[in-house]
Ligand binder design. Structure first.
Ligand code: SF4
Length: 432
């Protein structure tokens, strides 16, 4: 039985927006390709083929610019050297890309296929179809071999451990190194929030979406926003912070995958607002990140964290489950309550489609992070008001998400061909 092999640093990675699978993943693939080419003066030209979701929404997600950032300008021109191939038939993964290097006569010197599996992680597809994982991040070295939440709860009970202890034990780095790196990640998340709440203006792209985080934050400081029905200072802060992160992401700013770029605002918004209001320490936050990464590891093992595979349930749904479980641990809940909180949050995102309007990570993505963060808060609260016993387990919810994701039509999985993306283009579908 396969076990969770995911490091906390696989899940939380510092990068740039707007999309981990369509920006960070292809950038990483391009870097691996450059490494594989080495110094070869015969190479005169590099081409790319973007398949499936990358072909369908890569322009809106800035995949072309991402590749151009890594591939040398004298060999590759993102305006002319990319084939956009949205057909998703017979692909090893919905996010598949081929990189091809040629000599002056057009003879292929090297061709490699990669899949961008979500959260900025890539795998190389070998000629026999096997996939080799990219190990740029510190790989987990399991002490505790776990493949389910049920096993995690058994280990926690037997050894008086928390979820975060299990993830920490499985990391390759020393505990001090893990906490130091997590502090850096947390600082990057907070910096992103700070930039988002203080940057006015319009997001890039043809939709003309206005940044709303600064105004949301100003109102929060001024009067608690007494013009809105919701007045809870914690939730209002979560609103402003989630908008801030995802507006920064949409603008191509520096963000931390959590577990993806599109869902990057859920967890930091919930954690930062709780830190501000309840005085959580950075060490508690680090524990929350470790817990969240173990939940993500389970989802990645049995389903996927990729919108192109699972729809948005795999991105914002996973982020909410991670945030909810981490919140419970930070507030002193039991391992059973962590499991319950993650399950509640995931359960109430099941079936959620990925239908970004115009292929941009803006509508519905930005607001969706606000909703995911608030759901995480309520899921954690519900779990901590119970004893952690419930009918649907986290393991079952993950399997349900996997099955729903497999059954979901491709047009609802990051292709911008269905749902909101379609009705915004084709108004005839709207009935008044
Ligand atoms: S709809 Fe969800 S899964 Fe799709 S791009 Fe937006 S955040 Fe990502």
């Amino acid at each position: 039985m396969a076990t969770v092999q995911t490091s906390v640093f696989d899940i939380f990675k510092i990068g740039v927006g707007p999309s981990s699978s369509h920006t960070m993943g292809p950038m990483r693939a391009a870097q691996l390709f450059i490494n594989a080419l080495g110094k070869n003066n015969a190479i005169k030209h590099i081409r790319a083929r973007l398949h499936g979701s990358l072909g369908a929404t890569g322009r809106g997600h800035a995949t072309d610019r991402a590749l151009q950032r890594v591939l040398p300008e004298q060999l590759f021109n993102s305006d002319t050297d990319i084939e956009w191939l949205p057909d998703s038939q017979d692909l090893p993964h919905p996010n598949t890309l081929d990189l091809i290097a040629e000599d002056v006569n057009g003879t292929v010197l090297l061709e490699q296929r990669y899949v961008s599996v979500g959260g900025g992680l890539v795998e190389q597809v070998m000629p026999d179809g096997t996939r080799v994982r990219d190990c740029q991040f510190v790989p987990a070295r399991p002490v505790h071999h776990v493949s389910s939440a049920a096993e995690i709860l058994t280990i926690c009970k037997a050894h008086q451990l928390k979820w975060s202890d299990i993830q920490l034990s499985n990391e390759a780095l020393t505990h001090e190194e893990v906490f130091a790196k997590l502090n850096e990640i947390w600082k990057t998340m907070r910096d992103c929030i700070q930039r988002g709440i203080s940057t006015e203006g319009q997001l890039p792209g043809p939709l003309g979406v206005r940044r709303r985080a600064p105004e949301a934050y100003r109102r929060l400081l001024k009067d608690g926003d007494n013009r809105a029905p919701l007045r809870d200072p914690l939730e209002l802060r979560i609103h402003a912070y989630a908008l801030a992160v995802n507006e920064e992401n949409a603008a191509g700013g520096v963000v931390v995958t959590a577990p993806t770029n599109g869902a990057a605002g859920v967890l930091p918004a919930a954690y930062a607002a709780c830190q501000d209001i309840h005085g959580l320490t950075d060490e508690q936050i680090a524990r929350g990140l470790l817990t969240a990464s173990l939940i993500a590891g389970l989802i990645k093992l049995h389903a996927s964290l990729s919108g192109a595979e699972m729809g948005c349930q795999g991105e914002v749904g996973s982020a909410a489950a991670m945030a909810a479980g981490g919140l419970v641990e930070m507030f002193g809940g039991t391992p059973e309550q962590v499991e319950m909180a993650a399950e509640i949050a995931l359960e109430h995102h099941l079936g959620m489609t990925c239908d970004p309007v115009g292929g941009l990570v803006q509508i519905p993505c930005i607001e969706r992070n606000v909703m995911g963060a608030v759901k995480a808060l309520h899921a954690a609260t519900m779990a901590m008001r119970s004893e952690g016993t419930h009918l649907v387990s986290l393991d079952r919810a993950i399997f349900a998400m996997r099955d729903i994701g497999r059954d979901m039509h491709t047009r609802y999985k990051e292709t911008a061909q269905g749902g909101l993306a379609k009705v915004m283009v084709d108004g005839s579908h709207v009935r008044c």
